[in-house]
Design a protein around this ligand. Structure first.
Ligand code: PLP
Length: 404
């Protein structure tokens, strides 16, 4: 067996399809986001503007978050020292879970080491705990939800993206007595659209199903206190399990679910992905706690984010760039070819100092490769003007069609 040839062949296939992933080596400038420096392909760091970070509100640079992390580091040291069950259940973890339960109006919440792990561990465990369960999953659900559903080993039905009529047809076909879980996201981060949460809750109530809502790209940014789209739409109390991340708008790291005490207790007690791993470092939890608390009472960052997204979108439309229709804070620009998307991103970085990562299959379907912009509160109008000018020039050079 020529192992080396198999691995080399797998990588060659990615090169052949133009979707070999190159990680850009950067450091963000403390307190000065979206300014950063880039170490790729130059002698020494070169200043860049980051346009693709999921630190949507720049909370990773917020003085209150940094101060809380510094204080925790000096107070209790680096790691947690154990799993939650064996020495790693710090007072920070307990306080953050109380804060997150309150954020979503739920009885309890549970921390995981990432949003990915939260989805995988919770869905896999739910499916195993409910005998004969059927999971109804949106066709564009994130890889972590798909992995969880697969590991649950239960039946699944895929409904067309955000298609309530299709979901209803699938629910109606399923045996009435089977336990049902509807798994979906609020903001779909690659297409920038938003699920009809209330209509899905109506169906869940009609067909006696649980609802599992991934609000990873919404927590901190939607709702009066940053409780996500479910809070904004006044339906959080109708969703059985809300899942979120601490690594995007909250600017730190980690994931969580919020739900009834009974559900949280079950996941805490049965999910291997929660049980058998070292808990989050206290310094991370302290930072997340400061961030969640800040965004509960401050809407300034949220308002600035939505303004920024609207401004950039407007400018791109005015310049004739093929910006995708969107209902959220994300601004995706369609390219439709992995090679051109990568080339465009390379030129923007090397010649203009703008960093935007190309998004390829399997993150998005083939032929819909895109550049995904995430303007935040600190991206200025001058930065946007420069970016749009650069995008028009590079589109021209690569002979990419501008929108009609
Ligand atoms: N869910 C969705 C929809 C995501 O886009 C992502 C992440 O990138 C995750 C979950 C995973 O969250 P995390 O980055 O905290 O692991």
């Amino acid at each position: 067996m020529d192992y080396h040839a198999i691995f080399a062949g797998a990588i060659d296939r990615l090169h052949g399809e133009g979707r070999y992933r190159v990680f850009i080596d950067i450091l963000r400038n403390r307190g000065a986001y979206p300014n950063a420096r880039c170490f790729a392909g130059h002698n020494g760091p070169k200043p860049i503007i980051v346009w693709c970070s999921n630190d949507y509100l720049a909370m990773g640079q917020h003085p209150a978050v940094i101060a809380a992390m510094e204080e925790a580091l000096h107070d209790v040291g680096a790691g947690s020292g154990g799993t939650r069950n064996i020495g790693g259940n710090t007072h920070y973890h307990v306080a953050l879970e109380a804060e997150l339960a309150d954020l979503h109006g739920k009885e309890a919440s549970l921390l995981f080491t990432s949003g990915y792990v939260a989805n995988e561990a919770t869905l896999a465990t739910l499916g195993r705990l409910l005998p004969g369960a059927i999971v109804f999953s949106d066709s564009l659900n994130h890889a972590s939800m798909i992995a969880g559903i697969r590991h649950a080993g239960c039946e699944k039905r895929i409904f067309r993206h955000n298609d309530v009529a299709h979901l209803e047809a699938l629910l109606a076909e399923a045996p009435a007595e089977a336990p049902k879980v509807i798994a979906f996201e609020s903001v779909y981060s690659m297409d920038a659209d938003i699920a009809p949460i209330a209509a899905i809750c109506d169906l869940a109530e009609r067909y006696n199903a649980l609802t599992y809502l991934d609000e990873v790209h919404a927590v901190g940014m939607y709702g009066a206190r940053g409780g996500g789209v479910a809070e904004r739409d006044g339906v959080a109390h109708r969703v059985s399990i809300i899942e979120g991340t601490l690594g995007k708008a909250f600017g730190v790291m980690g994931g969580y679910i919020a739900a009834s005490r009974a559900i949280v207790d079950c996941i805490r007690s049965y999910a291997p992905g929660f049980i058998f791993t070292t808990s989050l470092a206290p310094v991370l939890v302290a930072g997340a706690l400061a961030s969640v608390r800040h965004l509960k009472v401050s809407s300034a960052e949220r308002e600035a984010l939505h303004q920024s997204a609207a401004r950039l979108r407007q400018r791109m439309i005015a310049a004739g760039l093929p910006v995708m229709p969107a209902e959220s804070h994300i601004v995706p620009l369609m390219v439709g070819c992995p090679v051109k998307a990568k080339r465009m991103s390379d030129i923007l970085l090397a010649e203009y100092g703008f960093y935007v990562q190309p998004i390829n299959y399997p993150t998005v379907p083939r032929g819909t490769e895109r550049l995904r912009f995430t303007p935040g509160p600190a991206h200025t109008e001058a930065m946007m003007d420069d970016l749009v000018r650069a995008l028009v020039e590079v589109s021209d050079r690569l002979m990419l069609p501008l929108a009609a």
